[in-house]
Ligand binder design. Structure first.
Ligand code: HEC
Length: 199
């Protein structure tokens, strides 16, 4: 099957691939130039931290104990795993300690990596409890701005749209059987709001 030269269809196909490649490279360069010239960050930062001494110790352990192989926090670690920035606004210190020491009994769903061996992060439960407590303290100090994607609580302002949706869709017994998380957001854990509107 001796093919002489490149067929017309192949030329079009390769041409399209080349165009996509050029487009990607040009876009990337433009984005990088824009980013380096601009004094504002490209995206607003919605996670923040203010570490205690124990939290700082925990952050060193977090890196030393291999957590960054699967997780990302405070700009270190892998992008492929679970991002733990802001987790302290979602989970309590007690929960984080319990999870690290006894993941399968604590996690609300089936775990994939944490738990008993041969799960990949089974080694975590073997780390000395004092170290796990320091890591939990570190994690609890990773906060998210209230209302951002990583936060548990919604924005403190009332939304007319959400009110309307609740009126239309929530069953009558909803108020008596469940707690409205927005009430909690209003009375507000001030801690959750720290850094709101941060640059
Ligand atoms: C092999 C990959 C892997 C390693 C290593 C790993 N984790 Fe995880 N981690 C996961 C996965 C996957 C989940 C989601 C829960 C699950 O399926 O096990 C998770 C969940 C978590 C959570 C979230 C729990 C929650 O309820 O939201 C915390 C906190 C956590 N890991 C901390 C750690 C710490 C601290 C270390 C290091 C001591 C560590 N992880 C090491 C994969 C890993």
């Amino acid at each position: 099957m001796a093919a002489s030269g490149v067929k017309f269809g192949e030329k079009i196909l390769f041409g399209v691939f080349a165009l996509i490649g050029v487009f990607a490279i040009v876009s990337f360069v433009m984005l990088e130039v824009l980013r380096s010239r601009s004094d504002k960050p490209l995206y607003p930062t919605t996670t923040h931290y203010d570490f205690s001494a124990a939290g700082l110790h925990g952050s060193a352990l977090f890196r030393d104990k291999g957590c960054t192989a699967c997780h990302r926090a405070v700009q270190s670690g892998t992008n492929m795993g679970l991002d733990l920035d802001g987790i302290g606004s979602k989970r309590s210190l007690q929960y984080l300690q319990d999870f690290l020491i006894n993941p399968e009994a604590t996690y609300p769903a089936k775990t994939i990596d944490h738990g008993f061996s041969p799960k990949a992060a089974a080694y975590v439960t073997k780390i000395p409890v004092a170290d796990l407590q320091a890591i939990a303290t570190f994690l609890s100090e990773l906060r998210a701005t209230q209302g951002s994607a990583d936060a548990r609580l919604p924005v403190p302002e009332r939304s007319g749209f959400v009110d309307e949706m609740v009126k239309v869709w929530a069953p009558d017994n909803w108020k008596s059987e469940h707690q409205d998380v927005r009430e909690e957001a209003k009375t507000g854990n001030k801690e959750e709001q720290r850094g709101a509107g941060a640059k």
